[in-house]
Ligand binder design. Structure first.
Ligand code: FAQ
Length: 311
């Protein structure tokens, strides 16, 4: 009966045994996972666009090959995550449509433009850096397929973070113009990167329940603090200045104190009014329409093969 199923589910959580697709799980747990995993998948796919913007303009062949590989990795991450979501009984097609209509979210960070080559450095360093901070604990998330997908994704994200930081290091060893370009990219991406971790704990609707279910292993503010602590020394090492006048090492806490995030901007971007929201969705919709004939042809081919096998 239901009480026994619930008790078995809770016992598995308690013992850190993964919940698997065929296991009984509360509806709300399933719904939360579908929400988070699908939004995560949409972020990977939309996240290809800001960097895709620079593939044709990378400064040399090596940079181009690396950037191309990185963007392709993000496509792969999206695919693993959609597959993990499908194991919960959700439809990939519907979920993607929900993103297109604005019903399902994707990470706020991808609604900012990438204006210069240095932005490829800032995105890899900060956006992938923030992604790793959030995703490494997700390797221990309670839902098996999500946790396993995260292992490979995190390995690739650490390469992405290093390639971004390496771009920043190279620029900071360059001309005054290159240094200024790197600083400008940091100025524009720092605060949006901090926003990736989500609302403050006080305003996070899902955190407590997700921690109880061991979906999330840390709160948004805990991860944001870990990111600031790890990133500030990296900026200092190469001569970059974090654009926050309130940033200061707090000896007593053993952490950096940092300024207040512009939450108004965060909610504006999350609700669809960021600088590039409309452009991102329009690009995804066009990709869906342009690729329709390929999917139709593949389906027709599969049907034909099936019919041949049956006859
Ligand atoms: N943007 O109660 P909470 C990547 C929404 S990394 C937009 O705190 P939760 C790699 C949230 O969905 C980026 N919306 O929610 C890459 C909820 O709305 P809902 C993707 C946000 O779920 C790098 C509401 O606010 N990573 O793609 C944001 O407990 C470079 C209340 O928030 C993941 O998705 C935001 N920043 O915590 C790719 C990681 N923050 O759903 C290409 C997995 C919050 O009720 C290039 N996800 N919201 O309508 C998570 O860890 C969590 O879902 C959080 C949010 C931490 C994002």
């Amino acid at each position: 009966n239901l009480a026994d199923l619930e008790a078995a589910f809770n016992e598995k959580l308690k013992q850190d045994i993964r919940i698997e697709p065929k296991d009984w799980m509360p509806d709300a747990y399933r719904k939360t996972l579908i929400r988070q995993i699908s939004q995560h998948a949409h972020s990977e796919i939309v996240g290809m666009l800001p960097e895709g913007n620079w593939i044709t303009r990378a400064p040399n062949l090596r940079r181009k090959a690396v950037l191309l590989a990185k963007v392709q990795d993000e496509a792969g991450h999206g695919q693993y995550l959609y597959s993990a979501m499908e194991t919960l009984g959700a439809s990939r097609e519907e979920s993607i449509d929900d993103m297109h209509t604005g019903k399902a979210k994707y990470s706020s960070i991808f609604n900012y433009p990438t204006l210069t080559w240095a932005d490829m450095g800032a995105v890899g360093w900060l956006v992938d850096g923030a992604a790793i901070m959030n995703q490494v604990p997700l390797c221990r998330t309670s839902y098996g397929p999500y946790a396993r997908a995260m292992v490979r994704i995190c390995k690739e994200e650490s390469f992405h973070q290093r390639q971004g930081y390496e771009i920043m290091c190279t620029l900071m060893k360059g001309s005054e113009e290159q240094k200024a370009m790197a600083q400008d990219a940091l100025n524009r991406f720092w605060w949006p990167a901090l926003m990736m971790f989500g609302p403050s704990d006080a305003d996070s609707t899902h955190t407590q329940q997700s921690i109880d279910w061991k979906i999330k292993r840390h709160t948004n503010d805990e991860l944001r603090q870990m990111f600031v602590d790890a990133t500030v020394p990296q900026a200092e090492l190469i001569g970059l200045t974090i654009p926050d006048k309130d940033l200061k090492w707090n000896e007593e806490r053993g952490h950096y104190d940092f300024g207040e995030i512009n939450w108004d901007e965060f909610w504006q971007v999350v609700s669809g009014n960021g600088p590039c929201n409309a452009e991102r969705i329009a690009t995804r919709l066009k990709a869906k329409e342009d690729g329709m004939w390929v999917r139709e042809a593949a389906m027709a081919h599969a049907e034909k093969k099936k019919a041949k096998k049956a006859s």
